[in-house]
Design a protein around this ligand. Structure first.
Ligand SMILES: [Zn+2]
Length: 166
C-alpha cells in the first residue's frame, strides 16, 4: 500500500482502536494521549486530529509516529505501507522500541545519579559544619564536597549530563 491507500483504508477512529483508546464523545472530542489532561481537548476528524491543549496535530501517520515514537517510514511500515515485508516492518518497530527502552534507562540512571548527588551534598555540608576547620577530616570532606558540587553542575547541564553516566 502507498500513503494514499493507507489513508483511505484507516480512519482516525481505527487508530484509537489500535491503541485501546476510548472513542470521542458526541462532539468529537477525547482526552489527548499526548499530554496529561482531565477534560477532552483533542478534536478528532475522520482523517486528522488536533489538540487544543498541547497543539498536537496531524493525520494517522503522525498519530502512530507519536504514539510509538516511530519515524515516518517506520509508521508507514507499521500500517502496512510500502514494499517493506512483514519482517522489515517488524524489525524497524523492534529497533524503535529498543531505542525508547535505552532512552528510558538513561533517564532513570540520570535520576538516580542526581539523587545520590543531592544526598552527598547534604551529608558533606553537614559534616563540614561539624568538623574542625582545616583538620584532615575537614579537608577530605571539603574536597569531596567540591567534587559533588562540580558533579551537580554537570548533572544539571543538559549537554553534559549524559557524559557523567556513561
Ligand atoms: Zn494534547
Amino acid at each position: 500500500m502507498n500513503t494514499e491507500q493507507i489513508k483511505d483504508r484507516y480512519s482516525m477512529r481505527d487508530m484509537l482502536q489500535r491503541y485501546g483508546l476510548p472513542q470521542p464523545n458526541k462532539a468529537g472530542f477525547l482526552c489527548c494521549p499526548f499530554h496529561k489532561e482531565k477534560t477532552a481537548s483533542m478534536k478528532l476528524y475522520p482523517k486528522d486530529f488536533h489538540c487544543f491543549g498541547c497543539g498536537a496535530h496531524g493525520d494517522i501517520f503522525t498519530f502512530v509516529m507519536r504514539m510509538e515514537g516511530l519515524t515516518f517510514q517506520e509508521a508507514f511500515a507499521a500500517l502496512g505501507g510500502g514494499y517493506a515485508t512483514n519482517f522489515t516492518a517488524r524489525l524497524s518497530i523492534y529497533r524503535a522500541q529498543k531505542r525508547r527502552e535505552m532512552q528510558k534507562k538513561t533517564e532513570e540512571r540520570l535520576k538516580q545519579k542526581k539523587k545520590l548527588n543531592d544526598l552527598l551534598l547534604a551529608v558533606y555540608r553537614r559534616w563540614l559544619g561539624r568538623l574542625e576547620p582545616l583538620s584532615d577530616g575537614w579537608t577530605d570532606t571539603y574536597n569531596a564536597l567540591q567534587y559533588q558540587e562540580y558533579l551537580q553542575e554537570l548533572l544539571n547541564d543538559p549537554k553534559k549530563c549524559y557524559e557523567v553516566i556513561k
